[in-house]
Design a protein around this ligand. Structure first.
Ligand code: C2O
Ligand code: CU
Ligand code: CU
Length: 524
């Protein structure tokens, strides 16, 4: 049904040639080689070679944000979002946005129980921004909601206390109305680690953050604007980077065990991952450790999801973290080749590693949230409309030639809905009560997967229902983002412990910007 609307739209495009919309069509144009015609400004760039990124450099650790406070249990620092220049390819400068000039932004590491105070300066010319603390239990008015935008040239302080038991691999990124996707793909996102008082994972395994981001570079080194295909599917770049590097390397000894914290901080790329020549055990998810380690062969990380792994390197030679094929429901032409990519290469020597303690059998306990007081339903749908007959006038028109149809940006509309409506930050969609356990049914009636995310808390997935069959997750865990496959219903239990307005949305950031978001008002 919705798919037909989409495909009709695409067919119309293919038949009539490119339209100059405010979302540029040129990327789509070169994804559809038989479309003919000539489009806009990026075409020249995309026909020349795109920059080659170096591979195999030693994995960099993310730069840490220094604590300016000397008082115990407090963390104080500044983060400024600002234009910066990055060098991804030899001799080519890329203008980006960075936090304190860096992309990924500096790594913030604090301990549970700490008080945090971060002064945020928005130095992005002409754009609002915020910092959202993804997954973290921070008060609603400190959580960087789109309603609390920081205007260009101004600053504000975010302050919150992190409760005991909140240790987890969180992250931070902008959340301004309608601009989240762009500010993130231009470079704004960082890791926020909250460490526990006592960590059951042996310290000998190290603690390595692998933050995946997605980069598209034009031949001149700039980051091109998004195309219509990007808006539909979410923007997928040309290079998956790890801590800002392409396929970096790790030098390891035989038998070495490593704790790896994987972050999918891409706008829209699904990462189904396997580690060739190494064995993986998952020990944690978005909201921290599992109850016990679970051996796995592969793991799917939808946009915004995280996983903590303990990986053992038992064979000498190259052990490669590689992507596998995943069908997430691509709309239209131009589906990226995303299987078989080498994201990280571990070079394992013949020298045996020093013996290390084994992974404990029990990591912590997770209490099931229990029985829900309320059940709610959230239905995802999508719509793409190509208005016909609306021959328009005005400077944005493109003459489609002898076909005799003109289109402009007003006539082409793509929308993503939750419960039939697009996001409105002045509307409250759901009212709930602090401390109530709720059962949320997230129903995906669209033709592509959508990763569902809720602010302010961590939830527990109860089951995935597909074609009338319900499946329990393989293990109990805390999550703030869960992938909802096309046609699937996901049931989850959640409780909000802090009052105020919270967002829930699809974490394909283009979909969020195009309306797939709602407002939850949690009342005391
Ligand atoms: Cu990563 Cu609204 O969040
Ligand atoms: Cu969030
Ligand atoms: Cu989506």
């Amino acid at each position: 049904m919705q798919r037909r609307t989409f495909l009709t739209g695409l067919a119309a495009l293919a038949a009539t040639g490119p339209a100059a919309a405010q979302m540029k069509m040129d990327g789509m144009q070169h994804d559809m080689p038989d479309m003919g015609g000539h489009a806009g400004h990026d075409m020249g760039a995309s026909t020349s070679a795109t920059p080659v990124l170096p591979e195999g450099e030693a994995l960099r650790n993310l730069t840490r944000l220094a604590n300016e406070s000397t008082a115990p249990g407090t963390f104080r620092a500044k983060l400024a979002a600002q234009p910066a220049v990055a060098r991804f390819a030899e001799g080519i400068d890329t203008p980006i946005l960075g936090y304190n000039g860096m992309s990924p932004g500096p790594l913030i590491e604090v301990n549970e129980g700490d008080s945090v105070e971060i002064e945020f300066g928005n130095n992005i010319p002409g754009e609002e921004s915020t910092i959202h603390w993804h997954g973290m239990p921070v008060p609603a008015d400190q959580d960087g909601n789109p309603m609390d935008a920081v205007t260009s040239g101004s600053s504000r302080t975010y302050a919150f206390d992190l409760p005991e038991g909140s240790a987890a691999p969180y992250w931070y990124h902008p959340h301004p109305h309608g601009k989240t996707a762009e500010q993130v793909y231009r470079g704004l996102a960082g890791v926020f680690l909250v460490k526990p008082k006592v960590d059951p994972i042996p310290v000998e395994y190290g603690d390595t953050v692998l933050m995946f981001t997605d980069l598209r570079l034009a031949a001149d080194g700039t980051i091109p604007a998004s195309t219509m295909a990007d808006m539909m599917n979410g923007r997928v770049g040309d290079h998956v980077l790890v801590n800002g590097q392409k396929n970096p390397s790790l030098a390891l000894k035989l038998g070495e065990k490593r704790r790896l914290r994987l972050y999918n901080a891409t706008n829209a790329r699904y990462l189904r991952l396997t580690f060739e020549n190494a064995s993986m055990v998952v020990v944690g998810t978005d909201g921290g450790l599992l109850e016990k380690p679970v051996a796995i062969d592969e793991i799917l990380l939808a946009p915004a999801e995280r996983a903590e792994l303990v990986v053992t390197f038992e064979k000498p030679g190259a052990a490669i973290l590689r992507t596998l094929d995943y069908e997430r429901g691509w709309m239209g032409p131009g589906k990226p080749e995303d299987a078989g990519l080498a994201l990280l290469t571990a070079n394992v020597s013949e020298t045996p590693a020093d013996p290390v303690p084994p992974l404990p059998e029990k990591l912590r306990s997770i209490k099931p949230l229990g029985t829900a007081a309320v059940t709610r339903r959230f239905v995802f749908t999508e719509k793409m409309e190509m208005a016909t007959g609306g021959m328009s006038t005005g400077s944005h028109d493109v003459d489609m030639g002898s076909g005799g149809m003109a289109m402009n940006s007003d006539q082409m509309k793509m929308e993503f809905f939750i419960n039939g409506v697009a996001f409105d930050m002045n509307r409250v969609d759901v009212v709930s009560k602090v401390g109530d356990v709720e059962l949320w049914e997230v129903v995906n009636q669209s033709d592509m997967d959508h990763p569902f995310h809720v602010h302010g808390t961590q939830f527990q997935v109860v089951e995935h229902e597909r074609n009338g069959k319900a499946m329990k997750p393989a293990y109990l865990s805390w999550k703030d983002t869960v992938n909802v496959v096309q046609g699937e219903t996901v049931r989850l239990l959640l409780r909000q412990d802090l009052p105020g307005r919270r967002m829930y949305h699809c974490h394909i950031l283009e979909h969020e910007d195009l309306g797939m978001m709602g407002v939850l008002d949690v009342q005391a």
